[in-house]
Design a protein. Structure first.
Length: 737
């Protein structure tokens, strides 16, 4: 959770003190205790909270006291009793909701805060509470709630501090500074406002000392300030610096468990698993057991099930159950990416890249907790890359090699800029690089993207980061990936690839996007936006214009296919494809048309349609396998082998027979390394007929000239089946008999 005040106890205390006084005597004492803690007077604050906890006549005050003392279950019970005694109380609901928010129960917290707002629609405290809950999920509603709270109470310090932090997350340092100054204008000890100012300085590579000294003058042990700074650094992908500031946070306050948990999580992201475990276990033993802490510890436990392959260039972590199968594919691809990017970006990485591949998507998801705007497939933390395994997804849902290419672009760009790059550009360049590796890679344009284009929802380039960090509508993150990628496509097409590299250098020099665009491309950002959108319209304008009609025509095509009206499907299918060529998803026109053509016996036409499907980025393994069968039956085994190999980049574990057949095709085409890899994949899938798989591998080794490995494989075949005649004959051949 965000650290925007000393604890959630301090949040909204001022605005509630007077209101709650009518419901419980001496409520200002709760505010007084919080202020003592905020100013670093821990002993006095402890005594103050203990006094509250002993209040015999007020469950509410006892709840505040228990909360301040860290007795959360007792506080929860007392809040329940307080509300039972005063069921109409708005302040009690707000305070109880904030306790639940602090203790990882945002669902019930939100319910209580909304109940408070229903009873008092002008409760600034409830609105601010909802803003805090929303902010943790990078929800655009956080800003709206905070603004509503300020409209009712303009001097609500915590609302200004929250808006300052949110603005900085959105890469708006000037707006963040203005909100922080507004908070300081109301309260000279607005510590989080000072921390935001310090973060602004650090993000601009200026010393934050003045602001840190101001924080220290109020409270030397204010670890929350360092944690807020760390959070902003992490959001801006400056992970090592973020870890340094989380260290400062726990050094200032050893019991600031939220910061210690984040320290552990981010140490994991940097590959420091041993230290990460120590920090996370400390949190767990202290009772700080939010989902991120618990799940991260479970993930660390699961590492015993992984195999690590290490050399000076690559550290590859694969799950034991699929390591033998995946290693040849992932190892070859990551090295291809390394070589390509070293040439393209004219640089070498300072050390090895660590790639972690997770067959359980939930394990991978743990790696992305608390990060905004991330795709669901891969994530990069400096030189550590984590991603889904093909087996963690339904076959055809994603292209692992394209995802790896994307993440490896981040590794180089983050290194080249020392992590001083806006999110939109590093994501856009990574999307662009996917299709530079292969035009069939990358994600085809989805219907939600087309709808956003139709509704003119693209953001100006200067504000594009916001679409990743704080989306304002469902699907905006995906739309922002698309827009950023197409911007990079446009720059390369109009100005050349060198301009993309110049932008990398401009961001390394800390130039903001408007300055970088103008200095590198010679255009004001507003003019660039207009030119880009004009170009984009030439690329996808017809699809956007026909989108609503296309929906109807595709539905009609599916209905015709269900009726087995193949003539109608053949008549209308091509036009539906042409209206939206990128649509290769469920119930697409390519597959419907190919099926109808096969029903009519026109294999050549079906092949042509499925080749278009493949070129457009279609990834259904069964459909691609059908295409390979058509290509081979029509006398083109080279095309069939290439199509089958494409399935390996979608899901190498999809089909044992596919690997066997591809190996034999490649053996016939004298692609011996490819044949060896495919027969090895068959063995990695633990086939029932191990003898023939070993025999195939022996043949491939022999054809490649490696007689020793051929003999090893044929002996393994005979070990599996001593009477296997083909292996016996091959062994005799190898022995020269």
């Amino acid at each position: 959770m965000r650290l925007l005040c000393a604890t959630a106890l301090a949040c909204i205390a001022v605005s509630l003190a007077v209101t709650a006084a009518a419901a419980a005597p001496a409520t200002s004492t709760a505010e007084h205790c919080a202020l003592l803690r905020k100013h670093g007077q821990r002993t006095e604050a402890q005594a103050c909270f203990e006094s509250l906890a002993r209040q015999a006549g007020s469950a509410y005050l006892r709840a505040e006291g228990d909360w301040g003392l860290g007795r959360y279950e007792d506080a929860n019970r007392e809040f329940r009793a307080a509300l039972a005694a005063a069921p109409a109380s708005v302040p009690y609901r707000i305070r109880w909701g904030l306790l639940l928010h602090e203790r990882f129960n945002d669902r019930d917290a939100e319910d209580l805060l909304k109940e408070a707002l229903e009873r008092d629609p002008k409760s600034a405290g409830a609105m601010l509470g909802l803003a805090l809950v929303s902010a943790d999920g990078f929800d655009d509603g956080a800003i709206e709630w905070a603004m509503k709270a300020l409209a009712l109470e303009p001097k609500l310090t915590q609302a200004h501090e929250l808006l300052a932090s949110l603005a900085l997350e959105d890469s708006q340092p000037q707006a963040a500074a203005a909100e922080a100054d507004a908070a300081l204008g109301i309260s000279a000890d607005a510590l989080d406002a000072m921390a935001v100012h310090a973060a602004i300085e650090l993000l601009a590579d200026r010393p934050p000392d003045m602001w840190l000294e101001r924080i220290s003058a109020v409270n030397r042990a204010y670890g929350e300030g360092y944690a807020l700074i760390a959070h902003q650094l992490i959001i801006n992908m400056r992970y090592e610096e973020g870890v340094q500031y989380y260290r400062k946070a726990v050094a200032a306050d050893a019991k600031l468990w939220s910061a210690r948990s984040e320290l552990g999580i981010n140490l994991m992201r940097l590959g420091a698993d041993t230290e990460a475990r120590h920090e996370l276990e400390s949190c767990y033993q202290a009772g700080y057991r939010n989902d991120a802490t618990v799940n991260s510890l479970r993930l660390l436990d699961s590492y015993q099930n992984f195999v690590t392959y290490r050399d000076p260039a690559v550290i590859l972590k694969l799950h034991k159950k699929e390591a033998e199968l995946l290693r040849p594919y992932f190892d070859a691809e990551i090295r291809r990416d390394l070589a390509a990017y070293e040439i393209k970006y004219a640089m070498k990485l300072p050390g090895p890249v660590q790639l972690e591949v997770y067959p359980d998507h939930e394990d991978f998801a743990v790696r992305t907790l608390g990060m905004p705007g991330l795709g669901a497939l891969g994530v990069t933390f400096g030189t550590v890359v984590a991603m889904d395994s093909p087996s963690g997804r339904k076959p055809g849902e994603f292209h692992w090699a394209s995802t790896l290419r994307h993440e490896m672009s981040h590794v180089f760009i983050l290194t080249a800029t020392r992590h001083r790059v806006p999110r939109w550009f590093t994501e856009g360049l990574a999307v662009h690089e996917e299709t530079q590796a292969n035009p069939e890679w990358g994600d085809p344009m989805t219907p939600e993207i087309v709808a956003a284009l139709r509704d003119k929802k693209l953001l100006p380039v200067a504000d594009l980061d916001r679409g990743f960090v704080r989306p304002s509508y469902a699907g905006q993150v995906i739309v922002s990936y698309f827009e950023a990628g197409r911007i990079c496509d446009y720059i390369q097409i109009r100005w050349g690839a060198d301009k993309l590299l110049e932008l990398v250098h401009a961001y390394a020099e800390r130039k903001p996007t408007p300055v970088a665009i103008e200095s590198v491309l010679g255009m004001k950002p507003e003019a660039f936006d207009e030119a880009f959108r004009g170009w984009l319209d030439t690329q996808v304008g017809k699809t956007v214009a026909a989108f609503d009609d296309w929906h109807k025509r595709l539905a009609a095509l599916n209905e015709a296919a269900k009726r087995k009206d193949f003539a109608a499907v053949i008549r209308d299918g091509a036009a539906v494809i042409d209206a939206y060529p990128d649509y290769v998803y469920a119930a697409n026109a390519y597959e419907l048309l190919a099926a109808a053509q096969l029903e009519r016996g026109d294999r050549a036409a079906a092949r042509a349609v499925l080749q278009r499907y493949q070129a457009a980025g279609g990834r259904n393994p069964q459909t691609l396998k059908q295409l390979a069968q058509l290509e081979e039956s029509l006398g083109d085994p080279q095309a069939a082998a290439a199509t089958l190999d494409r399935i390996n980049y979608i899901d190498p574990a999809y089909d044992e027979d596919l690997h066997r057949h591809l190996g034999r095709l490649w053996l016939a085409q004298k692609n011996f390394p490819g044949a060896i890899r495919e027969f090895g994949a068959v063995l990695a899938l633990h086939p029932l007929d191990a003898a023939s798989a070993q025999y195939d591998l022996a043949q491939a080794y022999l054809a490649s000239g490696d007689r020793d490995k051929a003999e090893d494989a044929v002996l393994a075949a005979l070990e599996a089946a001593p009477g296997y005649r083909p292996a016996q004959k091959l062994l005799l051949q190898l022995k020269g008999q």
